[in-house]
Design a protein around this ligand. Structure first.
Ligand code: GLY
Ligand code: MN
Ligand code: MN
Length: 442
């Protein structure tokens, strides 16, 4: 998010805080951002804020904590780094509490150095503490230490909160339904990633290495303003595509092989997540085309089931039905569709599920089942991936012409009142489209 967009978003972030406080009814929430992490010696990994903290603040600096007080006298409080002109010469701009309070719309802001003292007072005599216990051991210790300190001050009339609730449960319910503002960002993230996949189809021609294609993705991501890949890109040629989380990306491309690329970017905090699979020489072989069109048919069936008339698992069930019929048709599985389903024999070739929520995290927050154990119904504003695949490792009784074919096709979709919106639709997907695009070069 650019600085000007960030300021226009102040109202949106403020509304999210108000909404969370309404859900809390009465109590205090403590939501720290992520720590900086050392990569080696004195070098850090690129900093990434905590998604829950960011969702409620829009604030990207490390060493920050959001405190919300819900009840008769509601209050939003940010703790953050002090302004420090000396450090800013080395590390860059930091807001400092006064500017952060004014520009991000908090009721109060304090130096992170006063956290222990101020938070101890704020925690006193609150009925409930909303906190993500277990997410960060250092934070758990700090907070539990404060609760014990309060417990020892009973004679001074101080009590720790009587209950600790998981604040993530409340925020997850909010995060799973995206606002218009979030959807706008997600569409832009999806467009950048789709452009990158199309570009890869135009540049991959063999005589290259997987990492060179990965570099093309990074080029497109950064060139269009994405801050980072959303996850480690998978650039898997030939048999490597049958390793689901392959990310060595260090093999030479071979003519006649397929190239599976699972890559998306993070734009202003929001992930895109696209997989495309295409032939390195620009033309699918008959066996590759058979499996590709099977996976594509499964994906289109799943997409059709991504509507509010269906529950979470319906797209997976629709994809699986198409795949199982195809596996039998092509001699990968034997027996009736019912038997292949029941025994789970299809898992030799399709061993993952068909999607996940998508948002600030690539595998985003949100329940998949209700507390009664039913699949949640799909609801307008949810964003999910649809990503069936087929992975054929060499094995006895498996037709040899399919060996080492690994195919996944993954799009990101928004649930609407009617048919879902495929926000990654710009990435070429049909055999005809891919082969035509591969005839062109940049
Ligand atoms: N790229 C991660 C996933 O598809 O789930
Ligand atoms: Mn995915
Ligand atoms: Mn993916």
């Amino acid at each position: 998010m650019s600085v000007s967009q960030q300021f226009s978003a102040v109202e949106e972030f403020s509304q999210r805080r108000q909404q969370l406080m309404a859900h809390m009814v009465e109590g205090i929430a403590v939501i720290p951002t992520a720590p900086e992490v050392i990569r080696n010696r004195d070098s850090h990994y690129p900093y990434r804020f905590d998604s829950y903290f960011y969702y409620l603040t829009g604030f990207k600096e490390p060493e920050s904590v959001l405190v919300l007080i819900a009840g008769a006298s509601p209050k939003t409080i940010l703790f953050c780094r002090d302004k420090d002109l000396e450090r800013e010469i080395w590390d860059g701009f930091r807001y400092g509490p006064a500017a952060a309070q004014a520009e991000f719309g908090f009721d109060e802001a304090y130096s992170i150095h006063s956290l222990n003292e101020v938070l101890l007072t704020l925690l006193s005599n609150q009925p409930r503490l909303y906190y993500s216990l277990g997410a960060d051991a250092v934070w758990d210790q700090t907070l539990l230490g404060m609760l014990n300190q309060l417990r020892s001050q009973g004679r001074a009339g101080k009590q720790p909160p009587q209950a600790i609730m998981d604040v993530r449960q409340l925020i997850d319910r909010m995060r799973v339904i995206k606002s218009a503002y979030e959807l706008n960002t997600m569409r832009r993230s999806a467009q950048i990633a789709a452009n990158a996949h199309n570009r890869a189809m135009q540049v991959a021609r063999g005589k290259q290495w997987e990492y060179e294609i990965e570099a093309e993705f990074l080029h497109t991501f950064y060139q269009h303003g994405a801050q980072s890949p959303a996850y480690t890109s998978i650039v898997a040629s030939g048999a490597n595509a049958c390793t689901l989380h392959y990310n060595a990306n260090n093999a030479p491309l071979t003519q006649g092989d397929l190239l599976l690329i699972d890559a998306g970017c993070e734009l202003d905090g929001y992930a895109s997540d696209i997989t495309r699979t295409f032939p390195i020489n620009g033309k699918f072989s008959p066996a590759q085309k058979d499996i590709y069109e099977l996976v594509l048919a499964a994906q289109l069936a799943a997409i059709e089931h991504a509507t509010p008339a269906h529950h979470w698992n319906a797209p997976h069930e629709a994809a699986l039905k198409v795949l199982v019929d195809g596996f039998i048709h092509y001699g990968l599985c034997t027996g009736s569709p019912e038997a292949v389903m029941e025994t789970g024999a299809y898992r030799q070739f399709y061993m993952h599920r068909t999607g996940h929520w998508l948002g600030l995290d690539v595998h985003d927050a949100g329940e998949y089942k209700t507390s009664e154990g039913d699949w949640v119904m799909l609801t307008p504003g949810q964003v999910l991936t649809v990503e069936p695949g087929c992975y054929v490792r060499p094995a006895e009784h498996v037709p040899e012409h399919f060996w080492n074919i690994g195919i996944r096709i993954e799009d990101d979709v928004v649930i609407t009142d009617g048919a879902c919106e495929v926000i990654t639709a710009a990435a070429k997907k049909s055999v005809v489209e891919i082969e035509a695009l591969m005839q062109t070069s940049l």
